[in-house]
Design a protein around this ligand. Structure first.
Ligand code: APR
Ligand code: PHB
Length: 402
């Protein structure tokens, strides 16, 4: 088997990359170790930045998102029993976010790739990378009981944090940075109507809580728990009681309950692999970076990476110009580090840290007060939340990030 670009992983990064390459006339094959049904039903995040929404619309993927997603023009920050609205649309000259679940984006991407006769091989196993510093890198894998070999010009690792791509880079050549937070999120899906017209991020002495949404009948809420806590310790009644306490406002607002149809606990970390290119292997999305979820940046960073990569590969294949492709790590890492900064700031501002002194708790409340009462600080939050721009500088024939 042979192709121009071999993509490992059919998450948002891998599927979007194969779609963007197809639009530029570049062949790719996507190798995915799970089934189509599995990737199309795994519950993940659901906030799309303005740039992600624009890209989906511009590349023919926006129909269902526009019909079924919900545009949100603001978010609420809550502390000391009061809710404060950040009017993102007003603060960013008209930008907003879209609530549209990641697995729906995946469904749209898979459908479009198959409609365009794209190659996605599901249920592959034993994916191994070879000769990644040569001009003909290779991948071997098992598919339908047979060992296959695929050679290509480039391999793109879109296989998430645990995939084999990053591990194919020799340890002494791979620069990684990590920060682990002492917080976990217990997430639930509940069958009930939306509880708030916009997302509520709440700081409370008992810990952070987030009210989010999936559809008109299914809501997604989170509470901060110890990252080592076990889901068995959390009965539905205990979850509702904590949620009520943490999001109740002084004017008597409370939450609608409904049957909990799914619950889980995730720990959180910030991780950056600065070696986003090694030879002819590129890393994109979660394989290169992980952000804590409070900034809602994971999916959006993955999409931004592959936008840059697809442009770089198109410049190379169409015009023989490798300059943009060579700048891929530099362009992406700048955006990744700004997203890390924002996600880290949101995380630390909104969570209850048991190790903080009374002084540090006081400073944390002052930070929340400051961001909700100063237009400059609200604008900075809004600008980062709707997504920092990625634009093409036609004078320098380079993607620039402002
Ligand atoms: N072989 C083939 N595929 C693999 C392998 C492997 N050995 N290991 C992992 N994969 C696949 C996974 O099954 C998954 O479908 O790679 C895909 C990686 O997708 P994501 O984890 O969704 O990563 P990415 O596309 O970078 O998107 C990042 O997704 O997980 C969320 O919060 C994250 O929103 C962020 C976004
Ligand atoms: C979600 O809906 O799952 C969600 C929303 C906002 C976040 C994180 C997760 O910051």
């Amino acid at each position: 088997m042979k192709t121009q670009v071999c993509i490992i992983g059919a998450g948002p990064a891998g599927l979007m990359l194969s779609h963007l390459l197809h639009l530029q006339g570049i062949d790719s094959i996507v190798l995915e170790n799970r089934s189509r049904a599995d990737i199309e039903s795994t519950i993940r995040a659901g906030v799309l930045e303005q740039g992600t929404v624009d890209l989906l619309n511009e590349t023919g993927l926006g129909d269902r998102m526009i019909a079924e997603g919900k545009e949100h023009e603001g978010i609420y920050l809550q502390f000391s029993g009061q809710r404060h609205r950040i009017n993102m649309k007003e603060l960013t000259n008209g930008k907003s976010i879209m609530l549209y679940p990641q697995h729906e984006v995946i469904r749209d991407l898979v459908a479009k790739r198959l409609e365009n006769k794209g190659d996605i091989l599901f249920n592959v196993s034993e994916v191994n990378l070879y000769d990644i510093t040569s001009f003909t890198p290779k991948i071997t894998f098992e598919y339908e009981g047979e060992l296959q070999e695929l050679s290509c010009d480039y391999i793109v690792g879109c296989d998430g944090f645990h995939g084999p791509s990053r591990k194919a880079i020799p340890d002494n050549e791979c620069k990684e940075v990590q920060h682990v937070y002492p917080f976990g999120w217990l997430g639930i899906l509940a069958e009930t109507q939306p509880v708030s017209p916009e997302l509520v991020y709440a700081y409370h002495e008992k810990g952070f809580a987030l009210l989010s949404t999936r559809t008109s009948n299914v809501q997604r809420h989170y509470i901060q728990v110890d990252p080592n806590d076990k889901i068995e310790n959390w009965s539905d009644d205990r979850i509702w009681s904590e949620l009520h306490e943490r999001v109740r406002t002084n004017d008597g607002w409370t939450l609608n309950e409904g049957p909990i149809i799914q619950k889980n606990i995730v720990s959180m970390r910030s991780f950056v692999c600065e070696t986003m290119r090694y030879g002819n292997l590129f890393l994109a999305g979660d394989s290169a970076h992980i952000v804590p979820p409070a900034g809602a940046k994971g999916l959006n960073l993955a999409v931004a990476d592959v936008q840059v990569l697809a442009k770089g590969l198109a410049e190379l294949y169409q015009n023989g110009n490798e300059e943009l492709l060579n700048c891929y790590p530099e362009i992406c890492l700048r955006r990744v580090w700004k997203a890390q900064r924002f996600s880290n700031w949101m995380t630390n501002m909104l969570h209850r840290n048991q190790n903080y002194s009374q002084f540090e708790h006081g400073i944390q409340l002052a930070e929340l007060d400051n961001v909700t009462s100063s237009q400059h600080h609200s604008a900075s939050l809004a600008e980062n939340y709707v997504g920092l721009p990625l634009s093409f500088d036609t004078n320098n024939h380079k993607l620039v990030y402002q």
